[in-house]
Ligand binder design. Structure first.
Ligand SMILES: [Cu+2]
Length: 475
């Protein structure tokens, strides 16, 4: 080979490898930022064992006996509290008439503990047990629910909270969980038990009653001057919420578990199915003796018939008495949330088109004639998205359906980079984010746990009709 060809070749090679390494350096910053955010792993040496039995229960509702499904006979299910680094062992016993599993929503568990039937485990048959075993490494508010017939099993009442405690435990006057759900009932107060395809070709199952911890418009009594950590979880099949705390000072201090880099405004945050937000709520000292209504202001464009629509009161707070000394510590924040503003300069590595497909032959039958697709495929025929561990990826989700889709990816935290093409700088990570009905969502993600993980719409009727795929994280 002539010398000048070699020279040009080596020059070209040199330039292209230089370009590659520049590119790598850019995204490597995001990887390192995320690793710093997660911090080093912890092992307390403690084992925390719990039993969860899923079974039908009978409860009284408006003077009638109605049947729901529950963990340990409790509706909502128990609150499990553990320390970061504890070994958590939960034995699930299935006393339901169906198979079930438990998915630990938002918790980075070993893949085999993720609770997805036929992907990470064989489902637990009626009468059988399975023990989940994992060591949570991220403090915050998480939740658990079945991943078998989710649109039925969650609606019937199977969900609970997992709190991984952080350094702010015990600093608040009260630490409360609000499971914010909506249920669809018959006129006699019993659950509407049509879990066939009645709702599945729509915006999902919107209930006619909004409940907090199973109660319709509950009353809470707080003291003037109290500082409350309110952990809100949305286990609803399809409903989004926006909360208004009226004249009570409030701020979001955590999203989907982790603390935020800067406190967020409660009134503009869409709490979509799967999301958790921790709210720092202060009861002003001068409100003693007064009452305050907490409202849901989200307007669902699909709502019709008996589906309730905001704004409406979902809880009433009576302020009785006064604390001796109000707590004055600053709002908790995570000090290592990386800035990924420039991540939009990277090209999308993957594009996911959310759409619908129709099967005319099922029209006028009891079967759904619509399926919900990702890149024109339903779960089972889906493409597996291949990812490398500890590498940055930019993903784009496009919505061609005119319906809301809460996008949830198992096994990762991700950051929203743009919504409907407009850059946003959310100073926090999530595991679930809303793909708006006519919009798009751009996210950045650094996988940190190996295995094939489910990625799906958390509107449970859409998931049931195919809107699921997987990401496979390898070394
Ligand atoms: Cu959806």
């Amino acid at each position: 080979m002539p010398l000048f060809v070699l020279l040009i070749a080596s020059l070209l090679f040199g330039i292209s490898s230089l370009a590659n390494s520049a590119e790598k350096t850019g995204t490597q910053t995001y990887v390192e930022g995320f690793q710093t955010f997660l911090g080093s792993s912890v092992d307390t040496g403690q084992v925390r064992a719990f039993n969860l039995t899923a079974s039908p229960i009978e409860i009284m509702q408006d003077g009638e006996t109605v049947t729901r499904w529950a963990y340990n006979g409790q509706l909502p299910g128990p609150i499990l509290r553990v320390q970061k680094g504890d070994r958590v062992q939960v034995t699930l016993t299935n006393q339901l008439p169906q198979n079930t599993t438990i998915h630990w929503h938002g918790v980075r568990v070993p893949n085999a503990m993720d609770g997805v039937p036929f992907l990470t485990q064989i489902p637990v048959k009626p009468g059988k047990s399975f023990t989940y075993d994992f060591v949570p490494q991220d403090a915050g508010t998480y939740w658990f629910h079945p991943h078998v017939r989710g649109h039925e099993q969650l609606e019937r009442g199977l969900y609970g909270t997992l709190i991984v405690e952080d350094e702010f435990e015990g600093k608040y006057d009260q630490d409360l969980v609000w499971m914010l759900d909506d249920v669809l009932t018959e006129d006699d107060g019993s659950l509407d038990e049509d879990f066939d395809f009645k709702f599945l070709d729509t915006g999902g199952r919107l209930g006619n009653i909004i409940t907090i911890n199973g109660e319709n418009t509950p009353k809470f009594t707080f003291k003037a001057g109290e500082r409350i950590r309110l952990r809100i979880v949305n286990p609803s099949n399809a409903r989004n919420y926006r909360l208004s705390f009226a004249n009570l000072p409030s701020a979001i201090i955590a999203v989907d578990g982790n603390l935020v880099g800067e406190p967020q405004q409660v009134e503009i945050f869409d709490i979509v199915p799967g999301n958790r937000v921790d709210i720092d709520l202060t009861i002003p000292e001068n409100l003693e003796g007064q009452s305050v209504h907490i409202a849901n202001t989200f307007f669902h464009r699909e709502a019709s018939g008996s589906a309730l629509e905001g704004p409406q009161t979902i809880a009433k707070i009576s302020i009785v008495g006064k604390v001796a000394k109000p707590k004055t510590f600053p709002l908790p924040v995570h000090t290592a949330v990386p800035d990924w503003t420039n991540a939009l300069n990277e090209k999308p590595d993957f594009i996911f088109d959310f759409d619908t497909a129709f099967d005319i032959s099922s029209l006028w039958t009891n079967k759904a004639f619509v399926s919900f697709t990702i890149n024109n495929k339903v779960f089972g025929d889906h493409d597996i998205t291949q990812l490398k561990n500890n590498k940055f990826y930019r993903m784009r989700f496009n919505n061609g359906t005119g319906l809301y889709h809460p996008v949830h990816i198992h096994g990762v935290f991700f950051k929203v980079l743009a919504r409907d093409g407009v850059p946003v700088n959310e100073p926090y990570f999530r595991d679930t984010a809303l793909l708006d009905y006519d919009g798009s969502l751009d996210i950045g993600v650094v996988p940190a746990d190996l295995g094939e993980w489910l990625s799906h719409c958390h509107l449970l009727e859409h998931a049931a009709l195919g809107m699921k795929s997987t990401i496979n994280v390898t070394d």
